[in-house]
Write a protein that binds this ligand. Structure first.
Ligand code: PGA
Length: 262
């Protein structure tokens, strides 16, 4: 337990399809980069659109600020129009990738595809932020088995030697994006984190299950960040909207730097 608390918090920025100019992307990136220099207890992963990655990799700094992608394909190269491979990403200094985001799953990406993408990205040495989350929360608690199935299907055949590169992001779909109807509570999140660790225990054994970082995502902002980080049992946050507002995102980073988990 003590060991776990010593670990840095992980804060991931998912810029989605924003901003629309490289100039804005550079400015946002540089302002966050400046902030991360002051933070010793946080690891920041910024995931801009593909188009900006090369340019931003030139000004990113190893160590505290990691550059991430929002997706990657399940093959290294070949006749796959419009796709980007983990090999291409790793060659330009990208260290992480978000996979299985609900906004991609809603466009038809299923667990099988996510699973192939996870395995290829891990083999290429990328850290994988695997998103899971239910559509709705039914009173009978069926969403727990949905999450269990989603995790198991997304991680089929993942070798234990790569699991250190894995991060799970629990993002209840009803809490994600501008159409979110609600935000989760730290009390419910902590319950889900315990449940996810139980599933990970079944898959990979206890020590891996206890060590794997689990993030919360869905309408997180400077007002609710402390609650999730202190009482939600999570290792960090996956931030969408608030990550594109440099003031709000820096506030979240500072909160993460200060907060003590129990
Ligand atoms: P949100 O997005 O913070 O805007 O709800 C989170 C995400 O999609 O990862």
């Amino acid at each position: 337990m003590r060991e776990k608390n010593k670990r840095k918090k992980i804060i991931v920025a998912n810029w989605k399809m924003n901003p629309v100019t490289l100039k804005e992307a550079r400015a946002l990136f540089l302002s966050i980069k400046k902030e991360t220099k002051k933070l010793h207890r946080v690891e920041t992963i910024i995931c801009p659109p593909f188009l900006y990655l090369i340019e931003l990799s030139k000004i990113s700094q190893r160590g505290r600020l990691v550059l991430g992608a929002q997706d990657s394909f399940w093959k290294e190269d070949g006749p796959y129009t419009g796709e980007i491979s983990p090999l291409m990403l790793s060659q330009i200094g990208v260290g992480a990738v978000i996979l299985g985001h609900s906004e991609r799953r809603s466009q038809g990406e299923d667990d099988r595809v996510v699973n192939c993408k996870v395995k290829t990205a891990l083999k290429r040495g990328l850290r994988v932020i695997l998103c899971v989350g239910e559509n709705k929360r039914d009173e009978d608690g069926k969403y727990f088995s949905f999450i269990a199935d989603e995790i198991k299907a997304s991680l089929v055949g993942v070798s234990r030697r790569f699991v250190k590169q894995l991060i799970i992001a629990y993002e209840p779909i009803w809490a994600v994006g501008p159409k979110a109807t609600q935000v989760d509570t730290p009390e419910d999140t902590v319950e889900m984190v315990i449940f996810i660790r139980k599933i990970l225990n079944e898959l990979f054994g206890k020590s891996i299950a206890m060590e794997m970082p689990i993030l919360y995502g869905g309408s997180s902002n400077p007002k609710n960040a402390e609650g999730f980080l202190r009482d939600g049992g999570v290792s960090g946050l996956l931030v969408g909207r608030a990550s594109r507002d440099s003031k709000k995102f820096k506030d979240i980073l500072e909160i993460a730097n200060q907060v003590e988990s129990p």
